[in-house]
Design a protein around this ligand. Structure first.
Ligand code: PRP
Length: 186
């Protein structure tokens, strides 16, 4: 067992352990592989949060595909969405005429995805679908529903498996609820 206690001590609880995540990612992989058979999609990861989910998910996709990345910034160092989305790194390749699958770690207010989907749609892809690992529907500010979702979660601040607080905790292989004492009063 690898010891992650230096970061785990900041959690109030673990929400999904490695095994649970692995099982769900495998299920999503089977579903998506079936739906995208013969479609040669381009799978677009939204950096940085989707980094780990994306790399695990694409290794469970049994179909030919391409990958690309977009880096966006919306939160800065706060725990609350500002609604301001900025593309920090754009796609490397055009997506016109392609089936696109966007991979996100979490959808919260939906503002980031709304902006990105509108942006991607304007490039005339054949289709655009979204796969998120975590969905926090109670926080939604715009009407958006992911096509594929790993887990629905309550309104708690979660970190690990790519998700950060102030750029920390992304490398924990499990997902936990960050203890309020870590960010309250800051
Ligand atoms: C997080 C997450 C989503 C977005 C979701 O990104 O990765 O992109 O917030 O929130 P929303 O639904 O309220 O828009 P963040 O800006 O923290 O960047 P990161 O991916 O680099 O962690």
């Amino acid at each position: 067992m690898v010891d992650f206690s230096a970061m785990e001590k900041d959690l109030s609880s673990i929400l999904f352990n490695e095994k649970q995540i692995e099982t769900r990612v495998r299920e999503l992989g089977e579903l998506i592989s079936r739906d995208y058979s013969g479609k040669n999609p381009v799978v677009i990861g939204i950096l940085k949060g989707s980094l780990i989910f994306m790399s695990d998910l694409i290794r469970r996709l049994t179909i030919p595909l391409n990958i690309d990345y977009v880096a966006v910034s919306s939160y800065g160092r706060s725990t609350d969405s500002s609604g301001v989305v900025r593309i920090v790194k754009d796609l490397d390749e055009p997506i016109e005429g392609r089936h696109v699958l966007v991979v996100e770690d979490i959808v919260d207010t939906g503002l980031t995805l709304r902006y990105l989907l509108d942006n991607l749609q304007s490039r005339r892809p054949l289709s655009v679908a979204v796969c998120v690992l975590l969905d926090k529907p109670s926080r939604r500010k715009v009407d958006i529903k992911p096509d594929y979702c790993g887990f629905e979660i309550p309104d708690e601040f979660v970190v690990g498996y790519g998700l950060d607080y102030a750029e920390n905790y992304r490398n924990m292989p499990f997902i936990g609820i960050l203890d309020r004492s870590v960010y309250e009063g800051k």
